[in-house]
Design a protein around this ligand. Structure first.
Ligand code: ZN
Ligand code: ZN
Length: 171
């Protein structure tokens, strides 16, 4: 058994450490994590030179498809920053939108459910062009979700494990 379980008998969760290294483009700026690069699973860059900027840093471009049509959203590249710039039709709050790579127009891969709305999922974008899920960030695909900002995928998994273990379902 060893140290796989903590003192309460729960499965021990590996602490998430931010992937700060040159291959992922994750740096610290203004006391928060800044994601300088992001890619789809096919290695297309989501950070183009002409993307709008947030505090001088280029936003991360995604294509959104919902009931009202399709549009573009630029996410702030700062970790847990809610700011966005929209060139999108009026999606409804809570609506599940499809989030696609603006280059290949393929859906970003789903990582884990989010309990904000029925059917909501965290979808992942990669921090380097290798498509390594261990170096990825995630955003919820429910329009207007309180978690509709970039988080590290490792944090999402840690949260999911914690909520599942509350119900006696170690993950
Ligand atoms: Zn792509
Ligand atoms: Zn959500």
């Amino acid at each position: 058994m060893g140290d796989r379980f903590d003192e309460t008998g729960r499965i021990r969760i590996r602490e998430s450490r931010p992937p700060i290294d040159s291959s992922t483009g994750v740096v610290i700026k203004k006391d928060t994590l800044l994601l300088r690069q992001a890619f789809c699973h096919a290695g297309h860059s989501l950070v183009d030179p002409n993307n709008p900027r947030f505090d001088g840093e280029r936003g991360i471009k995604l294509l959104c498809v919902g009931k009202a049509g399709r549009g573009v959203v630029y996410l702030s590249p700062f970790h847990k920053d809610h700011r966005k710039q929209l060139e999108a039709p009026a999606f409804e709050d809570g609506e599940i939108v499809r989030l696609l790579c603006p280059h290949c127009e393929e859906a970003l891969p789903a990582l884990a459910p989010h309990d904000c709305n029925e059917g909501a999922m965290y979808v992942s974008l990669y921090l380097n062009a290798k498509g390594d899920i261990h170096h990825s960030a995630s955003v919820c695909n429910a329009w207007g979700c309180y978690a509709s900002f970039l988080r590290l995928s490792s944090e999402v998994i840690t949260d999911l494990r914690a909520s599942l273990s509350q119900f006696g379902m170690p993950f």
